[in-house]
Design a protein around this ligand. Sequence first.
Ligand SMILES: Cc1cc2nc3c(=O)[nH]c(=O)nc-3n(C[C@H](O)[C@H](O)[C@H](O)COP(=O)(O)OP(=O)(O)OC[C@H]3O[C@@H](n4cnc5c(N)ncnc54)[C@H](O)[C@@H]3O)c2cc1C
Length: 399
Amino acid sequence: MPLNFRDTAVAFQSHDDASLRRSYLLFKTLASPALVRIGQSITLWALSWRLPIKGIIRATVFKQFCGGETVADCKPVAQRNWTLGVGSILDYSVEGQTDQKAYDHSTDMTLQTLALAANEPGIPLGVFKVTGLADTGMLEKVSRGEVLSASENEAWERAQARVDRICHYAHQVGVPVMLDAEETWIQDAIDHLAYTAMSRYNREKVIVFNTIQCYRTGRLAALDAALENAQKEGYGLGIKFVRGAYMEKERARAQQKNLPSPIQPTKEATDAEFNACVARMISVLGRPEDGQKLACMIGSHNEDSASMAAELLTAQGWTPESAPVWFAQLYGMSDHISFVMAHHGFRVAKYLPFGPIEAVMPYLFRRAEENTSVKGQTGRELGLIQTEQARRSSAKRGK
Ligand SMILES: Cc1cc2nc3c(=O)[nH]c(=O)nc-3n(C[C@H](O)[C@H](O)[C@H](O)COP(=O)(O)OP(=O)(O)OC[C@H]3O[C@@H](n4cnc5c(N)ncnc54)[C@H](O)[C@@H]3O)c2cc1C
């Protein structure tokens, strides 16, 4: 049966009327670039002066895009979504940490999310960012293959130990965990950490997932190399496919350093690489009974990519429930993809960011900026919410 992403009754079943109205107002506000710009400046200024604006943030953007401030806050949100077949991936979204104490704290928070996941079927996977656990400058040097100073070497060993601690625990409790992909200049170090952990913990099944950003050139070749290596070394390969979140930054840096851009020349080229990677992975997925250890996640808000993957799976004889493939979106966005796919039996999960309000502001600003376009995502969200509001009103009138 084809997926109908316009079935708003299914898409918004987790929202009551008040929550739909709140989402509508929020997306309408975010649609104005001027309001977003002014809002960001006022928020930063008010937070720095400790003015009492946390309540407003908590009731608006934070409520829309985050699960809460703590792991415990996220539990009821995850349980509610799970009653509709949508899982949650708790994502400790505090960024820009720069000291060992903070890195240890992020490690502990990720371990806490995995501990909760071990007892909650609605939290099927975990996730973390390596930059939450280690110094970016050091990761850059490792990625360039440079010789590290004694203190950098110590920092690199600590980073490896933190990643190992998380992946070892994930293996122990049987909850898969993903490493997010970040900027190209630190990604080789992240890949090294991910594939080392996979070779340790993906022996019986896929516990550790790496991420491939298809806005980068040469990603199909990178996927093929990862597939070949995993097969040669005898471990399972888990890959999350995304398009990529740092395009402007990547292009600006390449230009500034007079280097060729690592990013695809056009959106169409990114889409083609994404679809080619997903199609390749689906074509090689084997049955667990054949001893195959491959799994993937499609992390995207793109309806065409989701439909294409669903059709390929069906064509290969997979049922939505049996395929080792997850579809994932961010909490507060693209519910029409998440809930419609879950309704059809696919494995679906939403990234559920959490953390203290001040600390998750960079994440929230990025969501606000990403949604500042009536032409793009916001237009789609607003249109769908309006359709659902109209559908509910006419259903009430018809009663
Ligand atoms: C569950 C989940 C997990 C994620 N994890 C990560 C992660 O680990 N690392 C990460 O970097 N991002 C991650 N992202 C973000 C993701 O990379 C995208 O930024 C975001 O999802 C938008 O892409 P899309 O596939 O949803 O859809 P679309 O709206 O179809 O695509 C937008 C994307 O296309 C690309 N693009 C746009 N214009 C151009 C252009 N002119 N030339 C070339 N490419 C272009 C950019 O990547 C842009 O983000 C994740 C997203 C989700 C939903």
